[in-house]
Design a protein around this ligand. Structure first.
Ligand SMILES: NC(=O)c1ccc[n+]([C@@H]2O[C@H](COP(=O)([O-])OP(=O)(O)OC[C@H]3O[C@@H](n4cnc5c(N)ncnc54)[C@H](O)[C@@H]3O)[C@@H](O)[C@H]2O)c1
Ligand SMILES: O=c1ccn([C@@H]2O[C@H](COP(=O)(O)OP(=O)(O)O[C@H]3O[C@H](CO)[C@H](O)[C@H](O)[C@H]3O)[C@@H](O)[C@H]2O)c(=O)[nH]1
Length: 330
């Protein structure tokens, strides 16, 4: 790839965006981390320029695009707490949808037509036990999933009207950290299962609360499909190249295809760390679907994606090593 191909990475200071910046640099691109640092970290911007801006401030997006003239946008920036989206849906519709609209319009005005977007399996909703793929109907049950579904629809409409090309990735549960330890997951507040579990093992939290033991699953706890963050960002490089080669807009699910209950993840963490996980049995968390597991092989067949690291053992092991490093402070 060209020497000076900039890619604007919104949310490039966040968990997945920072890993994507690392992968972009390794693939010969220059990742420009566009971020308002609401949940991201300046110290996670290590692989290219940093641009402080906000999706809600269209002028800041235009300024970043004018400065770097990116060949494409990778759009990670979003609010993504399912629980908060249930109590404050307006915030999710405003930031995720209006913010994305600002970004898409600014990109099109500057002649940028290549767009890689972070969507989610939370757009599917409660589809008990069905293996999910790109053709599964989307009926989100929380405002977070609803807002992501709306952005997917905007991208499709803008393709018809303005020739925008997009690769939409619907992620399952992203986990793990850069095995080389340069970046990793650090959310405040943390809501994700694996980092919370590791904190409980390490005594940084009193215990892990298991959200519901009365689901209709083999052990009563929710089933999720966990995918390693480095595998996930590998797919983004393939998706970017797909667009730069002029191929058609496409949706891809990114999951490992394996579903694990919360109790199975607890057991895997016990084995990886050789420590007990202190747990409390709690009630269900509003907005949680019973089971979300990918049944798709499209990314493997069409993009040539090879998820190599998405075993529970590797994801938990990499997250565990990351948790032992000094935390980001700014
Ligand atoms: N983590 C997962 O398991 C998962 C699963 C499915 C989809 N996703 C999606 O992937 C994307 C990245 O998730 P993450 O876990 O890295 O989240 P994150 O919170 O770590 O990163 C989001 C980044 O966007 C920035 N940001 C937020 N609002 C902004 C705004 N208005 N303007 C500019 N920057 C803003 C934050 O400061 C942060 O750096 C999100 O779109 C999320 O919905 C994540
Ligand atoms: O303290 C906890 C945290 C989580 N869980 C359970 O662990 C599983 C995983 O929960 P996470 O919060 O780690 O992730 P989600 O499944 O809620 O993920 C959702 O939110 C993510 C964004 O944060 C992604 O968008 C993803 O696609 C979407 O399904 C769920 O069954 C949840 O109930 C617990 O039991 N206790």
């Amino acid at each position: 790839m060209g020497n000076d191909m900039h890619v604007l990475v919104t949310g490039g200071a966040g968990y997945i965006g920072a890993h994507a910046c690392k992968a972009l640099k390794a693939a010969g691109f220059i990742p420009v981390a566009f971020d308002n640092f609401s949940t991201g970290w300046r110290q996670a911007v290590k692989f290219g320029p940093m641009f402080q801006g906000d999706l809600m401030d269209r002028a800041s997006i235009e300024a970043a695009i004018a400065m770097y003239k990116p060949v494409a946008i990778m759009h990670f920036a979003a609010l993504s707490l399912v629980g908060e989206s249930m109590t404050n849906p307006a915030k999710y519709w405003r930031v995720n949808v209006n913010g994305s609209l600002n970004l898409i319009e600014a990109a099109l005005d500057a002649g940028i037509k290549n767009f890689v977007f972070s969507s989610t399996c939370a757009t599917y909703g409660e589809l008990d036990g069905v293996a999910l793929n790109e053709d599964t109907p989307q009926t989100p049950i929380n405002a977070y999933g609803g807002s992501k579904r709306a952005i997917e629809m905007i991208l499709r409409d803008f393709e018809k009207s303005h020739g925008l090309n997009s690769v939409i990735f619907r992620y399952f549960n992203v986990a793990g950290a850069d095995p080389e330890g340069e970046v990793g997951e650090q959310h405040v507040p943390e809501t994700h299962l694996i980092p919370l579990m590791l904190d409980a093992i390490d005594g940084k939290r009193p215990a892990l609360t298991v959200f519901g033991s009365d689901y209709k699953t083999k052990d009563g706890t929710c089933i999720r499909d966990y995918v390693h963050v480095m595998d996930l960002v590998d797919a983004h490089i393939l998706g970017l190249k797909w667009l730069l080669e002029g191929k058609e807009s496409r949706v891809f699910c990114l999951g490992s295809g394996n579903g694990f209950t919360v109790r199975e993840v607890i057991e895997a963490s016990r084995i990886v760390t050789n420590r007990e996980v202190p747990i409390i049995e709690g009630s269900r968390r509003p907005g949680d679907a019973t089971s979300l597991v990918s049944g798709s092989v499209r990314a493997i067949h069409e993009l040539g994606w090879e998820p190599k690291r998405s075993t529970l053992q590797q994801m938990i092991g990499d997250a565990w090593r990351w948790s032992k490093q000094p935390a980001f402070t700014e």
